[in-house]
Design a protein around this ligand. Sequence first.
Ligand SMILES: Cc1cc2nc3c(=O)[nH]c(=O)nc-3n(C[C@H](O)[C@H](O)[C@H](O)COP(=O)(O)OP(=O)(O)OC[C@H]3O[C@@H](n4cnc5c(N)ncnc54)[C@H](O)[C@@H]3O)c2cc1C
Length: 382
Amino acid sequence: VPGLEPEGELESLRELVARFVAERIVPAEAALGPTALGLPDDVLGPLRAQARELGLWCLDAPEEFGGGGLDAFASVVVWEEASRHRFCHPTPGGGVFGLNPPSPLYQGSPEQIARYVRPHIEEGWVAFNAVAEPSGGTDPAGAIATTARRDGSEWVLNGTKMWITHADRARYGVVYARTGSAISCFIVDTDLPGVSVERVPVIRDHWPTVLDLRDVRVPAANLVGEEGRGLRLAGRWVQRGRLVYAARSIGVAEESVRHAHEWVIHRETFGRVLATRQAVQFAIADSRVEIEAARLLTRRAARVVDAGGDARRDVAIAKLYATEMAFRVVDRMMQLLGAMGMSRELPLEGWFRDLRVARVVEGSSEILRVQIARSELGPAVG
Ligand SMILES: Cc1cc2nc3c(=O)[nH]c(=O)nc-3n(C[C@H](O)[C@H](O)[C@H](O)COP(=O)(O)OP(=O)(O)OC[C@H]3O[C@@H](n4cnc5c(N)ncnc54)[C@H](O)[C@@H]3O)c2cc1C
């Protein structure tokens, strides 16, 4: 499809990432055995060093801050490829390719860029993004109860953030808090007095956390952007984040079909291999159709983002379709694999649980449908 296939330098980058994943990440994961829940630090460290040497580091982050500066199209091509391995949730490459700074900080002051964004990328820090609370995550403007009160040269934060990914490993993160009637965004270091973090068990193996803030004092300089405009800071990066989710789902769906393919061409029942059965053929064929459709929708939406237009509808269609598609496809492939599909010998059961989460976070399936309906029906949606 002209315009929707990677070419030239991007195709070389895609191949490099594909080789890195297949030759280094997949064998490292396989060596850990079926009870492992992620790459341990002594495995992650050397893999990160190798990735950096090849230039595969914080590829989405802006080039001016030391990142790879990929545009949205390049990003979906690369992250699809980088997700074809077991621990690709919540980060493609399992953290091997670095974790980006929270995107609101790209709008930060020169001092914030120098103190947080540049060293984050340079030294491979981990950060969190704390929006959701026990009172809700879908409608942050209405639900955020965490407060920030100005006290001289400091802000004092109080409240509880819920389901926050990476806060247990992060050096710092961004917290959205109410300042008067609006929401502002603050940088919070995790080692400050009054910050406590506890992991929350969830369906996927990578658990989020509860982040409790009790009279946490941060310097006035830690306010990101203008007071009261915190929720607008992420801007186009919200769409970029959703597209990465879509791309990751496609990589996982593709990989689950590969596992099932290997199985059905060898596994025999009643004297014939499974691949000779029409029910099995149709399961593979339907999955192929759905994966191709998701890829086209995702790459098209990425092109709209890069063209600078209003991409919300196209991104909503891509994320909704790709995450729901991948859940169906992984489920279908697990069925073809029988008991082996349920086993932790293979990554499918883990992806199945990860993909269940993908339909709730970074724009739930319902919120995406609301957005698509709004673009169809306009004000009649209410
Ligand atoms: C594993 C995991 C990791 C997470 N990591 C982070 C993180 O790092 N940072 C962070 O801030 N948050 C994080 N979250 C929280 C996530 O962003 C929220 O779960 C999400 O925004 C949904 O909010 P909620 O769970 O409060 O559901 P609610 O807001 O209570 O909504 C409940 C259900 O109602 C649906 N719904 C809501 N409004 C409508 C409507 N108008 N029409 C139809 N249906 C509707 C929702 O889609 C959802 O299915 C994480 C969650 C999980 C499970």
